[in-house]
Design a protein around this ligand. Structure first.
Ligand code: ZN
Length: 89
């Protein structure tokens, strides 16, 4: 299955996510300097949180914990963005 080039979830994420190493983590294990209680998927804007009901509690994140990607968007875009998943964490 190939995605249409104008997928609504795409808006220049390649500027900061192309070729990154991602880590599959629980949201509660995130390490952030900012004291946020939620983040959004970088693609579909689904919520990640460990305090908000029905939010996602785990997903893929960049090493700095700044960008989060839900499992569905990871599956859809991993080839396009050439992500590597680091299994060590
Ligand atoms: Zn998503």
């Amino acid at each position: 299955m190939t995605l249409p080039p104008d997928d609504w979830r795409l808006f220049k994420q390649e500027n900061y996510l192309l070729g990154k190493t991602l880590y599959f983590k629980k949201y509660s294990d995130r390490q952030l300097t900012a004291n946020r209680d939620h983040d959004h998927c970088s693609f579909c804007t689904e919520k990640f949180s460990d305090v908000i009901p029905n939010a996602l509690t785990q997903g893929y994140t960049t090493e700095d914990g700044y960008h989060w990607i839900c499992e569905k968007c990871f599956a859809d875009f991993k080839d396009k963005f050439k992500w590597t998943v680091n299994p060590a964490l």
